[in-house]
Design a binder for this molecule. Structure first.
Ligand code: PMP
Ligand code: GLN
Length: 376
């Protein structure tokens, strides 16, 4: 594998002049005042030299205040927060820190592509538990059956990429119970925590018995629409955060000094900012889901994230990979074949993921192209 599916499909979008509903990044930048804060930090000489290893105190305090404001969780900004190069590095550092060769890590598939790579880098084995349409709900019996004496951790992601499922409190409680019963660690990727349209985001660390066994990960990328800044963070007990930091310091050491100041400011934005981000994405979701259904896709409506999963068998197409490879030339639209997110490829063979974090006119044009070429 020379390149990720996201890079491959974004390159294809450029060479074919297609609308890119593949890789998940917004086509509108985040708040201008936050961009100005990053520019000001650079010009004023804040963060231009190596920032402190755990992250600048302003950002660590802002992360702690955010966890308190939204989830009522007390986090010690000095010992329980670590700033990372995006959630991507947080995932890598956490998995390399917590997994030993021979360990097993369970993750619900389809899963974000870096999970498999990072479990492999840790020398461990990934064990998938399949989420199935239409709801992509976690199957607790299947999870229980996947646990062996070698299972070390659960790698969780809610709101879930690529399906858009938001795990409920009851589902998370069932997962938490199994984690406690089998003394498992949990690495919880919550980068879409504020992009929820139905239900609510519940950090699993807030459930009984979970605080001491959970590494919680988030990022500024999605919440603030600055995916290029690569500022993420980890929260957890001092022991877990120290373990992750020990790896992180040899991956990037530190990252993005001036951006850290800007993200500290962003995390303190009023509640209205956070509700408006999800409100506008909700209407983009509604537009794309309705349009895709009109064109003939089977649509699995997501409750969160940037993404909608569809099934293309309703268009007479058995194979999502072939469909996505041909779509740019046929129609001028790029999407992601979800089978790349599965170990059990057959489970995702006909699923295709579209991103709706795009301007309304872009989504409308993509839908017009899909309709014009008569896919069905
Ligand atoms: N986890 C998931 C589920 C994602 O979708 C992404 C998106 N890129 C990441 C992690 C990585 O986040 P970041 O850009 O902050 O590294
Ligand atoms: N998270 C983004 C997605 O799922 C992609 C990030 C990347 O390209 N690695 O589309």
């Amino acid at each position: 594998m020379g390149t990720t599916i996201f890079a491959e499909m974004s390159a294809l979008a450029l060479t074919t002049g297609s609308i890119n509903l593949g890789q998940g990044f917004p086509d509108t930048d985040g708040p201008a005042e936050i961009a100005a804060a990053a520019a000001a930090a650079i010009l004023e000489g804040r963060g231009n030299q190596y920032p402190p290893g755990p992250g600048i105190p302003e950002l660590r305090h802002a992360v702690a205040a955010h966890q308190k404001r939204f989830y009522g969780v007390d986090v010690d900004p000095d010992r329980e927060v670590l700033v990372t190069a995006g959630a991507t590095e947080a995932i890598a550092a956490a998995l390399i820190a917590l997994l030993e060769p021979g360990d097993e890590a369970i993750a619900f598939e389809p899963y974000y592509d870096s999970y498999a790579a990072c479990v492999a880098m840790a020398g461990a084995t990934r064990v998938p538990v399949t989420l199935r349409p239409p709801g992509f709900r976690p199957d607790l019996d299947a999870l229980r059956a996947a646990i062996t004496p070698r299972t070390r951790l659960l790698l969780l992601n809610t709101p879930h990429n690529p399906t858009g499922a938001v795990f409920t409190r009851a589902e998370l409680a069932g997962i938490a119970e199994l984690a406690c019963e089998h003394d498992l660690l949990v690495v919880s990727d919550e980068v879409y925590e504020h992009l929820v349209f139905e239900g609510e985001h519940i950090p699993i660390a807030t459930l009984p018995g979970m605080r001491e066994r959970t590494v919680t990960i988030s990022s500024a990328a999605k919440t603030f629409s600055f995916t290029g800044w690569k500022i993420g963070w980890v929260t957890g007990t001092p022991e877990l955060v120290t373990a992750v930091r020990t790896v992180k310091q040899f991956l990037t050491y530190v990252t993005g000094g001036p951006f850290q100041y800007a993200v500290a400011q962003a995390l303190a934005l009023p509640d209205s900012y956070f509700t408006s981000v999800s409100a506008s994405l909700r209407s983009q979701r509604d537009l794309l889901c309705a349009g895709l259904a009109d064109v003939g896709f089977e649509v699995f409506r997501p409750a969160g994230t940037y993404f909608v999963t569809t099934d293309v068998r309703s268009l007479g197409e058995p194979d999502g990979m072939e469909f996505c490879r041909e779509l740019p030339a046929r129609v001028g639209v790029v999407a992601i074949p979800s089978l790349v997110f599965y170990d059990n490829v057959e489970a995702g063979r006909s699923q295709v993921r579209f991103a709706f974090c795009k301007k309304e006119e872009v989504l409308r044009e993509a839908l017009a192209r899909l309709a014009r070429r008569g896919l069905a």
